[in-house]
Design a protein around this ligand. Sequence first.
Ligand SMILES: [Zn+2]
Length: 94
Amino acid sequence: MNVDLSRLMATEEKPGDYVGSDGLLYCGKCHTPKQMWLSFDPSTGGKKQTLVHTACKCQKEAREAERERAEHERFLQDMARRREDGISCPDGLR
Ligand SMILES: [Zn+2]
């Protein structure tokens, strides 16, 4: 198994982000944490409190919107394909 730990551990800090009173990095846009504590260290597997990256609310929403957009695109492509099939096979329309 090849897990990209550096990507998991690294938290992308955007302009406007700030560190809250709990020491976590907060998103300056949606004000939810972009980091969370794990009760173990993923790089060693040992019991050690480790700060890892997590998606804040607006990142999750952006991901969700992207997923819906991709799904809609698939739907349109599917419709276009069906129309093409109808043209290449006109008997099916009768
Ligand atoms: Zn956010």
